[in-house]
Design a protein around this ligand. Structure first.
Ligand SMILES: [Zn+2]
Length: 85
């Protein structure tokens, strides 16, 4: 699911946020990309990246939990198709 996700990685040199595809990273591996801002090659440690990703997933989970909580507050109107007698 997360393979097509992207993460913004800030350039250590100019601070430009580069959008990196998650699938380019592997745990324990180093990844390299060229900063769009200053064209410098930036190295990202897979470990650091995955810590970032873990935080991102946590945020998504929190959002999903929030979204799941919402319908409970409102009365659910049953649709016609839900009942078959
Ligand atoms: Zn840069």
């Amino acid at each position: 699911m997360f393979e097509d996700e992207t993460v913004d990685v800030g350039c250590p040199r100019c601070g430009h946020l580069n959008t990196i595809q998650v699938r380019e990273f592997e745990v324990g591996a180093e990844a390299h990309f060229v900063c769009e801002g200053c064209k410098t090659g930036v190295k990202v440690e897979g470990r650091e990246f995955h810590e970032r990703l873990a935080r991102l997933r946590q945020e998504v989970e929190d959002l999903e939990r929030e979204a799941a909580r919402e319908p409970r507050g409102k009365p659910r109107r049953p649709r016609k198709g839900d009942f078959q007698i």
